[in-house]
Design a protein around this ligand. Structure first.
Ligand SMILES: Cc1cc2nc3c(=O)[nH]c(=O)nc-3n(C[C@H](O)[C@H](O)[C@H](O)COP(=O)(O)O)c2cc1C
Length: 167
């Protein structure tokens, strides 16, 4: 099984969750940035798992990324805006017949989310969702992930692998 876990991540929380999910899926899975997840790297993938933070109650928009670029606020580290956004990545993704899942990192109490948009776009391209959106919770606006969330992400990856292995 070829599985890829692709992520948008400005401060590293979603990247960390993505790596844990890939570990949970198993050896055949690889976590990738949106620029790595292109061409041969994703061709014929049996499972695409896509994740992003929730910023401004939704999947980050270009406007939100631009406003963070201009005013990073009190972030403990500069945001990584060198990779295409998840929205841009989804726009460039070719149609496919594989399975898919989506996850987000976020505060515990907040309206909105990212996974419904990701899943909607993946479904439109022909991918078949195999799970409800995964949610991994951060302690503060910029992270880090709460204790136990990486373990939860690994377990979610194991569950996805289980669904893929089922007859
Ligand atoms: C400008 C800004 C806006 C945010 N908006 C939301 C939000 O609307 N809902 C939420 O649950 N979390 C929100 N967060 C928290 C982020 O989703 C969280 O820190 C996420 O893990 C960041 O992921 P990353 O480190 O992969 O970039 C926001 C954080 C920032 C800095």
């Amino acid at each position: 099984m070829k599985a890829i876990v692709v992520f948008e991540s400005l401060w590293g929380n979603t990247a960390a969750a993505a790596r844990a999910i890939a570990e949970g899926i198993g050896l055949e899975a690889q976590a990738m940035t949106t620029s790595e997840a292109a061409g041969e790297a994703i061709a014929g993938a049996d499972l695409i798992v896509a994740g992003a933070p929730v910023l401004g109650f939704r999947l980050p928009t270009e406007d939100m990324r631009e406003s963070i670029r201009k005013n990073p606020g009190k972030a403990p580290a500069p945001p990584d805006l060198s990779q295409p956004s998840m929205r841009t990545w989804l726009e460039g993704l070719p149609e496919g017949h594989g399975c898919c899942a989506a996850f987000e990192t976020r505060l515990r109490m907040s309206p909105g989310g990212s996974t419904s948009t990701i899943l909607h776009d993946l479904e439109e391209l022909g991918y078949r969702p195999i799970a409800k959106g995964g949610r991994f919770i951060v302690k503060g606006k910029y992270g880090p992930l709460r204790d136990g969330e990486l373990e939860k992400a690994r377990h979610w990856g194991e569950e996805l692998a289980g669904v893929m292995a089922a007859p």
